[in-house]
Design a protein around this ligand. Structure first.
Ligand SMILES: [Zn+2]
Length: 228
């Protein structure tokens, strides 16, 4: 008689645990900056998973043409051999963030020591180019108590996003742009990937739309209006 109730509660707990781990915005395990605390018409672009030898230079060209700064959550192993791109990012006023060295899907399951080592290995690469303490963004935005402990012990501030583009999944960049543009509001931190081949077209669309609506672009890690 009580079995359905028990199963219901168990399912509820499971759904909560999945949500808490997968949604960085939930803030259940660690408090991440997921939007800028402001009523000003500003938005921030963040690019994950690069640098990419083909797409990243095109993104930098576009950002430079519009005079827009962004934050690049770089993956450590992809930084190897792309030093010129990283130097260019810094020289052109962009920020570098820590997105782990290996960007493994198993990152959340690593023991604490290995997890910290992976994060530190990425930071060492970043420190060649900037002495600013980077923000941390866990792979896939997945968090759990170990990820929270690793970030806390290493003194990291963590950054998520409040607009997910699904640019790595959706094939048509216009659909992705439409989705992002529909969500335009003050303080958005937009998640993009500099590994997406159609990023130049997508980026141009997003920038033009936001500017037409009177928005300007700021660096998520530098914006003075505070974050939440
Ligand atoms: Zn990633």
């Amino acid at each position: 008689m009580y079995l359905p109730v028990f199963i219901g509660i168990l399912c509820g707990i499971l759904v909560f645990l999945v949500y808490a781990s997968a949604a960085i915005r939930s803030g259940v395990y660690l408090k991440a900056v997921c939007r800028l605390k402001t009523d000003e018409k500003v938005v921030a672009l963040t690019f994950d998973d690069g640098p990419d030898s083909i797409t990243t230079p095109k993104i930098l060209d576009i950002l430079s043409g519009y005079g827009i700064p962004a934050l690049f959550f770089c993956t450590g192993h992809k930084m190897e051999g792309q030093e010129h791109l990283l130097q260019r990012m810094v020289d052109e006023g962009h920020g570098l963030g820590n997105h782990t060295y290996a960007h493994s899907a198993l990152f959340p399951l690593l023991p604490l020591a290995k997890m910290k080592k992976d994060m530190q290995k990425c930071e060492e690469r970043i420190q060649h180019f900037t002495h600013c303490r980077p923000f941390f963004r866990p792979p896939f935005g997945v968090t759990n108590p170990t990820v929270a402990k690793a970030a806390a012990q290493l003194g990291y501030r963590t950054m998520g996003w409040n607009v997910r583009s699904f640019d790595t999944v959706k094939k048509n960049y216009r659909d992705v742009a439409k989705r992002i543009n529909k969500k335009l509001q003050p303080g958005n931190i937009i998640l993009l990937h500099d590994t997406t081949p159609a990023m130049p077209e997508l980026l141009t669309d997003i920038i033009n739309y936001a500017r037409q609506q009177g928005y300007r672009f700021v660096r998520a890690d530098k914006y003075g209006g505070g974050t939440t």
